[in-house]
Design a protein around this ligand. Structure first.
Ligand code: ACO
Length: 388
């Protein structure tokens, strides 16, 4: 991973390879004679080809590399917390929660379980489905905003549990958009040849960060993890991933305490700064607008319409948000994944948890094209279209 064995050597087709001066963070070797094959993607600024290689022989031999999902897994804690259970804790009702959010129950971790525990279980299942040994993984990437601790990262904790082979492992923080952000990073690693097999996980235990006296937030979330094994392949998998952020909305959804701004202290605890704070109504409106725009944009970039999607997985934050996005896109709810009734909003786990569900129940079939969109704290958002 860290060297470039091909740098000064001719490639398999006899083309010489030279460092690219505009590469960020390392060498991009360019097959000089292959430059005419390159296709620039002006929306992202990324050269989407083919002729570019990063230390990877297969990439030189094949003309093009795609990222494919070859294994999925998920893990939710066994404890079910129903709306009726919540009625006993805060001033709420099953009827209000179902009508306003679509949530009936969620899974909640016990005191001894952290995000990495869920991530490790989900990963083992994903690797098993892929038929791939953990030693074959080149990179572990965990999307989470509820890491076990500041460091070691959840990625390193997952690494320790799965393999003794030294590989890069790190966390990525993008709240509910974490998995789509991770997919963007993983796809870039694979397409550039920097990795061949990636374990991409979304894992969150936001229930540990909730103020169980605040009915505005505590009814919305659940805990869980979803994992995907991504592999370099010569047939199309990830067709496109777009991610974006607008930090000006940061104060609508945040945990203020525990970081370097407000380190853990008695004052932080007394003021309840360790808890999730949301301004739900404002988040709701922006989520509907941005999620539908993101899907419209990515479909347009791919020259596709909703009719091309066999399935659509939107972030599961509120059933009314999901329905409003589907309505704006004129996309049928029958082809839109909904599991918020059983899990609530599982933050970065939401999308991979749903992917695992549709893969295992056969709703997503080989060759199907699927859209995904997420939106969350930051604000962050992202959309992806994949061929499964
Ligand atoms: N039980 C009963 N009443 C409640 C509850 C509850 N759990 N929570 C709020 N209420 C009350 C409010 O106090 C308010 O009462 P008031 O009119 O007397 O002040 C009333 O219900 C209506 O409140 P609204 O905020 O207008 O309710 P709304 O229909 O907007 O639904 C909700 C609130 C569910 C939070 C919705 O706005 C939402 O889902 N927002 C997004 C949630 C979010 O931020 N998720 C995380 C980010 S990910 C993402 O959003 C994509």
């Amino acid at each position: 991973m860290l060297g470039c064995p091909w740098r000064d050597k001719p490639d398999a087709r006899g083309h010489s390879i030279r460092p690219h001066s505009k590469a960020v963070g390392g060498y991009v070797a360019v097959i000089q004679a292959g430059l005419s094959e390159n296709r620039a993607d002006h929306s992202t600024g990324v050269v989407e080809n083919p002729g570019c290689v990063f230390f990877n022989e297969e990439r030189i031999l094949d003309n093009r590399v795609y990222t494919r999902i070859v294994g999925t897994g998920s893990c939710v804690p066994p404890k079910v917390l129903t709306n009726h259970d919540l009625e006993k804790i805060v001033d709420t009702s099953d009827q209000w929660i179902v009508e306003r959010t679509g949530i009936s129950e969620r899974r909640v971790t016990d005191e001894s379980t952290a995000a990495s525990d869920l991530a490790i279980e989900a990963s083992k299942k994903a690797l098993e489905m892929a038929g791939i040994a953990a030693e074959e993984v080149d990179l572990i990437l965990v999307a989470t905003v509820t890491p076990d601790m500041f460091f070691p990262s959840t990625g390193c904790i997952v690494h320790k549990a799965l393999t003794s082979k030294p590989i890069p492992a790190f966390d990525l923080s993008a709240a509910c958009s974490g998995y789509i952000y991770g997919l963007s990073v993983a796809d870039a690693y694979i397409r550039s040849g920097m990795a061949k097999t990636i374990l991409l996980i979304g894992a969150d235990t936001l229930c540990k960060m909730l103020d169980w006296t605040d009915r505005n937030s505590c009814v919305l979330f659940g805990d869980g993890a979803g994992a995907t094994v991504l592999r370099a392949d010569s047939t199309p998998g990830v067709l496109k991933v777009n991610i974006s952020a607008d930090g000006t909305y940061g104060d609508l959804l945040q945990i203020l305490g525990g970081g370097s701004r407000n380190p853990c202290s008695q004052k932080v605890i007394d003021e309840g700064l360790q808890y999730v704070r949301i301004k739900g109504r404002e988040v709701y409106k922006t989520a509907v607008r941005v999620m539908s725009q993101s899907v419209e944009e990515i479909l347009k970039q791919l020259n596709m319409t909703g009719d091309d999607l066999a399935l659509f997985i939107p972030h599961q934050a509120n059933l009314r948000i999901i329905e409003a996005v589907a309505a704006k896109l004129n996309y049928p709810m029958e082809k839109t994944l909904v599991n918020i009734d059983r899990y609530g909003n599982t933050t970065a786990a939401t999308i991979p948890l749903a992917i695992d569900e549709v893969v295992r129940n056969g709703r997503l079939k080989s060759g199907d094209t699927m859209g995904m969109v997420a939106f969350g704290g930051g604000f962050t958002w992202g959309a992806a279209v994949i061929k499964y």
